[in-house]
Design a protein around this ligand. Structure first.
Ligand code: A3P
Length: 340
């Protein structure tokens, strides 16, 4: 049964868009839209896919790794894919090919060359979607990456599939997102960290508002088909969290296999592997900007303290206060670590 997409999608106000385009160069081509009610912000292409995503029927053995960007998606994808493949340590196939990115068609810059060529070859490219195509060609059981929150996915999702939701404290998420938005050409952010934080706290960064996203995940945390993880807990004791994943997914890995998964997916190893840290290759093909920090960047909790001045802290606290119904209920850790 085809459901009607239940929310209005509106373009951002013209004046605001003009301001954003000065800093996020990618959006001058296509603009941004906002989902009414929840306030989620997307490149305008999302409007073409919203109903398809909302109606997408996931398979019973699909597992979704669902996150707000920069909360530990890639790390968790690599863990979950490895565990679901019997602890097989794959270092040769790109993670994005083994574990597809569900809604990337809506974020992609179709005016860039490789995508333009693909578009030209297909009769109804938007309907088909390059990344949707990839999704559909990956063999089951699929481990799928999504930044879409529950409200924008099929309401039956949890009747069919399992979701691992990963959250990270908003300060480290903001710092990490700043670096990623400077790196990736799909955003092409040209501003400073204080400028980025300002947009973040005005809930204007794509795939936010942060608190709305986290709150939707938190609300479902006790559902039997959901496992809610914190990035900080994974940093604190990865074996403990791998055991939780093992139990949730019923993957039945032994302690020795979990140790191997932990080793394979530890920060320094994932940073060194081009299949999980594609920075160099993406710079070469023009998808990432040269001279920025890596996609798999620093991997610590507490890096925010290197970026937050008292004035930024104050702005951030005002934003936390604005979202207090959500921000006060979710027990994030902000503690400092020095070792990745
Ligand atoms: P930093 O920018 O703070 O280093 P996502 O995959 O959701 O985009 O999240 C990216 C963040 O996760 C980045 O944070 C990245 O470095 C970190 N990360 C990636 N792999 C990791 C790993 N194996 N262990 C810890 N952090 C990891």
């Amino acid at each position: 049964m085809e459901r009607t997409f239940p929310y209005k999608i509106e373009p951002l106000e013209e004046e605001l868009m003009k301001e954003i385009e000065q800093k996020f160069l990618a959006y001058s081509c296509q603009g941004l839209v906002r989902v009414e009610g929840s306030g989620y912000v997307f490149p305008s292409t999302y409007a073409k896919y919203a109903s398809t995503y909302y109606n997408y029927q996931f398979k019973p053995d699909d597992v979704l790794v669902m996150t707000h960007p920069r909360c530990g998606t890639t790390w968790t994808q690599e863990i979950v894919w490895t565990m679901r493949n019997g602890g097989q340590l794959d270092s040769s196939t790109e993670l994005g090919v083994r574990s597809p990115f569900f809604e990337f068609d809506s974020l992609e810059r179709y005016e860039l060359k490789p995508m333009r060529e693909w578009m030209e070859k297909h009769e109804d490219p938007i309907k088909e979607g390059f990344y949707l195509n990839l999704m559909n060609s990956v063999s089951s059981p699929r481990t799928i990456k999504t930044h879409l929150p529950f409200s924008l996915l099929n309401p039956t999702l949890l009747d069919t599939s399992k979701v691992i939701y990963v959250a990270r404290n908003p300060k480290d998420t903001c710092v990490s997102y700043y670096h990623q938005q400077r790196l990736v050409k799909v955003s092409d952010f040209q501003g400073s960290f204080p400028e980025f934080l300002d947009y973040f706290c005005r809930d204007l960064i794509t795939l936010g508002p942060f608190w709305q996203h986290i709150a939707e995940g938190w609300e479902k945390k006790d559902h039997p088909s959901v496992l809610f993880l914190f990035y900080e807990d994974m940093k604190e004791d990865i074996i403990r969290e791998l055991r939780r994943i093992n139990k949730f997914l019923g993957t039945g890995l032994t302690d020795k296999q979990l140790q191997d998964v932990a080793e394979h997916t530890k920060f320094s190893n994932m940073k060194a592997r081009p299949t999980t840290n594609p920075t160099k290759a993406c710079v070469e093909i023009g998808r990432f900007r040269e001279g920025e920090q890596d996609f798999v960047r620093k991997g610590i909790t507490g890096d925010w303290s290197n970026y937050f001045t008292p004035a930024l802290e104050e702005k951030f606290q005002c934003w936390m206060e604005k979202w207090k119904d959500m921000s006060q209920n979710i027990p994030f850790k902000y503690n400092f670590e020095t070792v990745a």
